[in-house]
Design a protein around this ligand. Structure first.
Ligand SMILES: COc1ccc(/C(C)=C/C(=O)O)cc1
Ligand SMILES: [Zn+2]
Length: 263
C-alpha cells in the first residue's frame, strides 16, 4: 500500500511544481474522517484560543490560496489545550475551496465533502523559536480545520472578502489589520476530531497535530464566489487561471486512529 513504500507518490494538485514524492509518507493529510472508526478520548480538553486582532498584518495571494498573516514574534495570538501539551502561536490562516459548492474541502467526514475548509496554522512556541524550525518537527505545528457550508452571510468574514479584489493575482499583498480570527470559529469548539498528519501543500512535512471541528460555519454563496474570483496566476501571465479546486487529494490513513473529543 501507499504506506509501506519508502516514498509515497503524493498525487500532487496539477498546479504544483512541488516534490512528486514525500519521503516516508505514512502520516499524510488530508484524510477522510470515518466517524464510526474514531475513538473517543476523555483526556482531550477544550480548545483554548486567545487571539489578539491587532497582531493581524497582511493578506496575500501566494498563488495557491490567500493567506491572512499574523505577527508571531510574541505569544500574543495563541492556541492551547485540546490535544496539545504546549502553547502554539498563530502565524496564518487560509482556505481551500472548489469551483462549485459540491466540493472544495480537504478533509471529509464519512466521505462528505464541504464547499470549503478553513485552516488556522499555529506553531509550537514552547519548543521552537521560529515557524520555519517548527515546520520540520513532529510536534511543531497545530492546524485547526473548520468546514464551511453555504448558507447565511458570515458578517465577520465580509471584511476579509472585501479585501480580496485587491489581491486577485499571485504575489499581490495588501495591509490588513484588526481581524479577529476567533469570529471564524464555530460556536461549539469543544467537539473536534484530532489526528497526526501533515501540511497539505509543499513542504508536506508530517509535523501537524490536526484539530478538525465537528461544527461547521456558514458563509453566503456570494462570499464564496469572491474566493473563486481570485487567480492562481500573476498579473504578467498571458493566460489567467481561476483560483479554484486548491485542495489536495486525500491520503491513506495508514492505520492512524482519529480521536474524538465527544461521544
Ligand atoms: C516553509 O514554507 C512553508 C510553506 C507552507 C506551509 C504551510 C502552512 C502549508 C499548508 O498550509 O499546508 C508551511 C511552510
Ligand atoms: Zn490548508
Amino acid at each position: 500500500t501507499a504506506c509501506s513504500s519508502k516514498y509515497v507518490l503524493s498525487q500532487m494538485h496539477p498546479m504544483w511544481q512541488g516534490p512528486l514524492a514525500v519521503p516516508g509518507g505514512d502520516r499524510q493529510s488530508p484524510i477522510d474522517i470515518v466517524v464510526r472508526k474514531s475513538v473517543f478520548d476523555s483526556e482531550l480538553k477544550p480548545l483554548v484560543t486567545d487571539y489578539d486582532p491587532h497582531t493581524c498584518q497582511q493578506i496575500w495571494n501566494n498563488g495557491y490560496s490567500f493567506l491572512v498573516e499574523y505577527d508571531d514574534t510574541t505569544d500574543k495570538s495563541t492556541l492551547r489545550g485540546g490535544p496539545l501539551r504546549d502553547k502554539f502561536r498563530l502565524c496564518q490562516f487560509h482556505f481551500h475551496w472548489g469551483e462549485s459548492n459540491a466540493w472544495g474541502s480537504e478533509h471529509t467526514v464519512d466521505r462528505r465533502l464541504f464547499p470549503a475548509e478553513l485552516h488556522l496554522v499555529h506553531w509550537n512556541s514552547d519548543k521552537y523559536s521560529l515557524f520555519e524550525e517548527a515546520v520540520m518537527e513532529e510536534n511543531g505545528l497545530a492546524v485547526i480545520g473548520v468546514f464551511l457550508k453555504v448558507g447565511k452571510r458570515h458578517e465577520g468574514l465580509q471584511k476579509l472578502v472585501d479585501a480580496l479584489p485587491a489581491i486577485r493575482h499571485k504575489d499581490s499583498v495588501v495591509e490588513f489589520n484588526r481581524f479577529d480570527p476567533a469570529c471564524l470559529l464555530p460556536v461549539n469548539t469543544d467537539d473536534y476530531w484530532t489526528y497526526h498528519g501533515s501540511l497539505t501543500t509543499p513542504p508536506l512535512t508530517e509535523s501537524v497535530s490536526w484539530i478538525v471541528m465537528k461544527q461547521h460555519i456558514e458563509v453566503s454563496h456570494d462570499q464564496l464566489a469572491v474566493f473563486r474570483s481570485l487567480l492562481f496566476t500573476s498579473a504578467e501571465e498571458d493566460v489567467q487561471k481561476s483560483m479554484v479546486n486548491n485542495f489536495r487529494v486525500q491520503q491513506s490513513p495508514c492505520g492512524r486512529t482519529v480521536r474524538s473529543s465527544f461521544t
